[in-house]
Design a protein around this ligand. Structure first.
Ligand code: SF4
Length: 325
């Protein structure tokens, strides 16, 4: 899943060393950029933690940056992740399941949620959950179980069948899953479980955003967020097309006579914004800044740089999130 953090402010970074006349111009441009970034507040403690129950997934999305295979998090890793999050001083906490496809381990996900909710209540904290899913494995048992939790589902879908075929192929060729995915989105919405659709845009698809959003709204999606794929190819033209698409969706969401949906990107301080800046626990219990795993296919060298420790050894959640300042 390609994540985004809609309320995150962009990071600042130390200017690189540059030389000569061009270097002076670059330094001036970087100084100006830093001044612009200064209007954003520093990243606060989020009280959020992401965990990966498995790196297996039935899809092979073209833009996926996760190293997919069949690794699974032992139950102890999921429990220690919850224990670490519960050390946070914040009273409102959130645990998000990423993957891979977390619902390949539905039983373990639900057991982790039940234990976490119980421990949080005992400490006077509110722990909510987000399950990220490709949507293929949603079933009645899950829908019934989620009624008992403070939980929402992040349903990944990029639009109509032609888009899914192009960008979200199955790992093993088989029957076109579009009808199943659309049916599952509709019954998820009907079930009353808090749901939002996460739509990923690649540079070559940036011209087509509004059509995709209209299709998802037609299926019943009531909250949609758009994020850009972490990928090469974001030319000036592609970036402009992406911004035009965001603008068109914002206008669509604000129209009184338009389709009724909430465009989640409208809550951001700026768009397009930083994809994500959260902490994530890998299947082996190692804690990272999440871009180390979500961007691993593109930037494999980030893992050692963004490793923050192991859940078995960490004793406090507060202060773990890098500030980049
Ligand atoms: S659904 Fe797609 S983006 Fe998400 S983990 Fe699977 S292959 Fe990656």
């Amino acid at each position: 899943m390609t994540p985004r953090s809609s309320d995150a402010a962009p990071p600042s970074a130390a200017p690189p060393v540059v030389a000569g006349a061009k270097g002076a111009a670059d330094r001036a441009a970087l100084a100006a950029a830093r001044d612009e970034l200064a209007v954003f507040p520093a990243w606060p403690e989020s009280g959020r933690l992401e965990v990966i129950p498995t790196t297996a997934c039935p899809f092979r999305c073209r833009y996926c940056g996760v190293r997919l295979d069949d690794r699974q998090a032992p139950r102890e890793v999921l429990e220690r992740a919850v224990d670490l999050l519960l050390t946070a001083t914040s009273e409102r906490l959130e645990l998000q399941f990423f993957g891979g496809e977390p619902l390949l381990r539905q039983r373990e996900v639900l057991a982790t949620m039940a234990r976490g909710a119980r421990l949080a209540a005992a400490r006077g904290k509110r722990l909510s959950f987000v399950i990220t899913t490709s949507g293929l494995l949603i079933d009645d048992e899950l829908l019934a179980a989620l009624q008992g939790f403070d939980a929402k589902v992040m349903f990944s879908s990029d639009g109509p069948g032609d888009v899914l075929t192009r960008y979200r192929p199955l790992a093993k060729p088989g029957t076109d899953p579009t009808a199943t995915l659309e049916h599952n989105l509709q019954r998820l919405v009907r079930s009353g479980v808090d749901t939002f659709v996460n739509l990923v845009v690649t540079p070559d698809g940036a011209h087509d955003i509004e059509r995709r959003v209209r299709h998802l709204v037609g299926l019943g999606a009531r909250t949609i967020q758009i994020c850009y794929a972490l990928a090469p190819g974001w030319t000036d033209e592609a970036q402009a097309a992406h911004c035009d698409g965001l603008r068109a969706c914002a206008e669509l969401a604000n129209r009184r006579d338009g389709p009724a949906f909430r465009f989640q990107n409208l809550g951001s301080a700026a768009e397009p914004t930083v994809l994500s800046n959260e902490l994530i626990v890998d299947v082996d219990g190692t804690l990272y800044d999440d871009i180390a795993l979500f961007g691993e296919a593109l930037l494999p060298g980030l893992r050692p740089v963004l490793r923050l420790g192991h859940v078995a050894a960490l004793t406090a959640f507060d202060g773990l999130r890098p500030s980049w300042e």
